[in-house]
Design a binder for this molecule. Structure first.
Ligand code: NAP
Ligand code: MG
Length: 482
């Protein structure tokens, strides 16, 4: 096979202007904390400190919720849907105009390759605002029930794997339906949310409609537990999701939880193999495998297992791991040392339990957090790497003989977020999709996202849907319900 050398092709950082420190975005302005501390956010690719960020205290959470309440009562809930839609369209257009800035900042703060932040995260975030802008004046016709009304103040907590995109998934439907928002981004990736706060100012969004408070777990806890929050929307780990469910049990609060996953990507012997291999790579190595719906378990039909493994390894030899800002990079940095430790620990458990570990040769940068793309073969159902979410670039390969066995193995997990099927047979796709306990089932593709398509889980992957008409339903009450 010919090998190609790639010259460095770094995206310029000059397009972003990172401040040395950031306050909290409350009531339309950046403000200092009352009694909170500060923390630093770094680039996981270099460990360079990017900025100092405020850790919101319980008093700050209180101020933010109060600002959201006032904005809700006085302005946002009284505004017509058509007018709310105009603000959302404006935000969407600004996101497009400032797309490069957002992409570079996201790759710096998160470690993901620029080609992903540029081609997936930022355009899809803008698409969510465009899509929901269109719904703002049509909620009566969305089939949600009679007289759809907002809940009020929504507390939203998001993870670090798709910082801007998860923000868009949360804020766009909340605003379209007339709710106001207090959002907490993840501790390791606050910068694009703070840039989004500037976009709200630029769009002249009324003060208090969106509030962004940075901080760690305790700030999130104070937000979801705040008594004046009407609805909680959370994306993150199943452990924290369960804690939140306990906190709000017995209150009048509504909640949607988007949690972890351990998806099966199922390849049958009649699948187009080259395409399937691309789908396997996209399924688990996209975004360093920091994807809740990642195809982290490859189920391959036994008769083609050797062939698929050989093609997959050949393909992985060509992946370029390194500088997230280089336009040729396929796999960037692991988001944090804590996450790297977890991936390392689970991979060691895979070896100790008897699976065979393989990684392509690749040179890793000396600074920052890195993990080679890794494939485990000879994995059995009981291995931890087949059961637990690794949330990193690690694929566990299992085999099956019949469609029934594939379904049984795919469903043998506490999670149920997504699945993939690769086969030429349409009838088999439909039969499998019906049997799989997963919120999203992709056929002959993987990791495709669209604002019109609802996303969410079964079992311990959470409840509620985001995106599409189903996603709107989570942000309104209808009829006489309170
Ligand atoms: P995490 O630890 O659950 O954190 C998620 C968010 O919750 C962060 O903002 C975190 O703050 C905050 N938080 C932590 N403890 C909290 C508490 N007790 N109360 C309220 N908020 C709290 O998850 P993560 O490690 O950031 O993200 C990885 C997980 O998210 C994976 O399991 C993945 O599958 C899941 N995920 C799911 C989806 C989906 O749509 N289903 C999408 C993306 C990710 P700090 O960051 O400051 O700790
Ligand atoms: Mg960071």
């Amino acid at each position: 096979m010919p090998t190609f050398e790639y010259a460095p092709a770094p995206e310029s950082r000059a397009v972003v202007d990172i401040a040395s420190s950031y306050g909290l975005f409350i009531n339309g302005e950046f403000t200092d904390s009352q009694g909170g501390g500060t923390f630093k956010t770094i680039s996981p690719a270099t460990e360079e400190v990017l900025a100092e960020v405020t850790e919101a205290s319980a008093e700050d959470v209180d101020r933010a919720v109060a600002a959201a309440r006032t904005a809700y009562t006085r302005v946002w809930s009284r505004m017509s849907g058509a007018d709310r839609g105009k603000y959302l369209f404006r935000i969407a257009r600004i996101l497009q105009e400032r797309a490069r800035e957002f992409a570079v900042l996201e790759s710096l703060d998160n470690g993901k390759p620029i080609k992903e932040s540029r081609d997936v995260d930022v355009p899809t975030a803008a698409a969510h605002f465009f899509y929901h802008a269109g719904w703002a004046d049509k909620l009566d016709y969305a089939g949600l029930g009679p007289d759809p009304r907002p809940h009020g103040v929504v507390g939203q907590v998001i993870p670090w794997n798709f910082p801007l995109l998860m923000l868009a998934w949360k804020i766009a439907p909340a605003l379209a339906t007339g709710n106001t928002v207090v959002l907490k981004p993840a501790e390791t990736t606050p910068l694009t949310a703070l840039l989004f706060a500037q976009v709200c100012q630029q769009a002249d969004l009324p003060a208090g409609v969106v509030n962004i408070i940075t901080g760690a777990g305790p700030t999130g806890q104070a937000l979801v537990g705040h008594e004046d929050v009407d609805k909680v929307a959370f994306t993150g780990s199943t452990g924290v999701g369960k804690a939140i469910a306990r906190t709000i049990a017995g209150t009048r609060k509504k909640a949607t939880l988007e949690l972890g996953g351990k998806a099966a990507n199922i390849v049958f012997d009649d699948a187009p193999l080259d395409q399937a291999v691309e789908g396997i790579v996209n399924g688990i190595f996209f975004n360093q495998g920091h994807v809740c719906c990642a195809g982290s378990r490859l189920l391959v039909q036994e008769s083609i297992a050797d062939q698929v493994e050989a093609r997959l390894k050949r393909r992985l030899e060509t992946l370029r791991v390194g500088d997230p800002l280089d336009k040729n990079t396929d796999v960037g940095a692991i988001n944090s040392r804590a996450q790297l430790d977890r991936i390392t620990e689970l991979s060691e458990a895979g070896e100790a339990e008897g699976a065979t570990r393989w990684s392509p040769e690749c040179e890793l940068p000396s600074k920052g957090f890195w993990f080679r793309p890794t494939v485990f073969t000879g994995v059995s159902q009981t291995h931890r790497i087949a059961q637990e979410e690794i949330f990193g670039p690690v694929l566990s390969v299992l085999t099956f003989r019949t469609p029934g066995e594939a379904v049984a193995k795919a469903n043998n997990t506490p999670y149920g977020l997504s699945a993939g099927i690769w086969t030429e047979k349409g009838s088999r796709i439909l039969w499998m999709a019906d049997q799989l306990r997963a919120g999203v089932v992709w056929a002959n593709t993987f990791n495709k996202f669209d604002p019109t398509s609802p996303f969410g889980g079964y079992k311990e992957s959470g409840y509620g849907r985001e995106g599409g008409r189903h996603g709107l339903a989570a942000y309104v009450t209808t009829g006489d319900a309170t």
